[in-house]
Ligand binder design. Sequence first.
Ligand SMILES: [Zn+2]
Length: 63
Amino acid sequence: MTAARPADDLFVRYMKAFKDSTEHTATCPACLGETPCAEGAPILDRFAKLQDAYRKHQSKQQR
Ligand SMILES: [Zn+2]
């Protein structure tokens, strides 16, 4: 078993947030539009933040 690195944990959380937001928007027309519903807003916000964090992490590694 390999030890979990912070990057792996970030990726796992990113993928989880991606799945959550995809599953929610698939059944919620409001969140596909410009105004997310009260339930979807935090899910989409979390995904956006994790996506941003993950991309920053990746661009750091490439340098
Ligand atoms: Zn929604």
